[in-house]
Write a protein that binds this ligand. Structure first.
Ligand SMILES: [Fe+2]
Length: 228
């Protein structure tokens, strides 16, 4: 429920054949339903909902042509920056099932702003899904913040590669801490390129990572009620 698969929109694949290659690789790894979540932020003004929908349609149509039987859906990964409130007002956000909104933080936002932003999301009945909170070391007392988000019912999605140390030792420690404390609602590939596909393949060979996937899967993580 977090993958940068659509071509030419962000730091994901540059063209359609590369996008199809990544989808094929994820299918081989056992992913059966892929949510394309391109970055949307103030610095990418061209990534409008209409544009993302058009690229997604082209991607979706090219999968059976390549012989791939994989289900795909469109959502997005929204950066909580100065432009986000405008998008929220416009009411055309691309969601995961159950009006879940995949959001990520930018390092220079103070926690008080975040609280207001996340609260405004709840008022509009969106459920925030925090993308890779294990990487938010820039937040003061970030473990406390993560626990608070959990208490408020926000969902937290961890990158599978964070469990392997790909994003550094302290990120891995936080991901493992979240796993031990049942703070993770789902694991995601957050894939952008072939290198990450290879790393993902290797990480899924690790018994520790497979154990984490099993543990979260048993609790219903990655299988939201609407699609179980
Ligand atoms: Fe991402």
């Amino acid at each position: 429920m977090h993958a940068h698969l659509l071509p030419g929109l962000d730091n994901g694949p540059e063209n359609m054949s590369e996008a199809v290659f990544l989808a094929s690789g994820l299918l081989d790894l056992g992913f059966a339903h892929l949510y394309c979540t391109p970055h949307v932020s103030k610095s990418q003004p061209g990534n409008t909902t209409d544009k993302l929908s058009a690229v997604f349609e082209a991607f979706r149509r090219s999968l059976p042509v390549a012989g791939l039987a994989v289900e795909v859906s469109l959502a997005a990964e929204y950066l909580l920056d100065e432009g986000f409130e405008g998008l929220l007002e416009a009411n055309s956000l691309l969601c995961l099932p159950g009006k879940r909104l995949l959001v990520e933080l930018q390092p220079n936002r103070a926690e008080i702003d975040l609280r207001t932003l996340l609260f405004n999301l709840r008022i509009k009945e969106y459920l925030p899904v925090l993308a890779h909170p294990e990487r938010y070391h820039f937040l003061p007392n970030y473990r406390k913040v993560i626990s608070k988000w959990h208490e408020r019912g926000y969902e937290m999605q961890v990158d599978i590669l964070s469990l392997t140390g790909y994003h550094g030792a302290s990120t891995r420690e936080t991901a493992v801490w979240m796993l031990k404390n049942d703070l993770i609602s789902g694991l995601a590939s957050n894939i952008h390129n072939r290198n990450e596909l290879d790393l993902l393949r290797r990480s899924l060979e690790s018994s520790k990572v497979r154990e984490a996937v099993r543990k979260i899967g048993e609790r219903g993580g990655n299988l939201y009620p609407e699609i179980q």
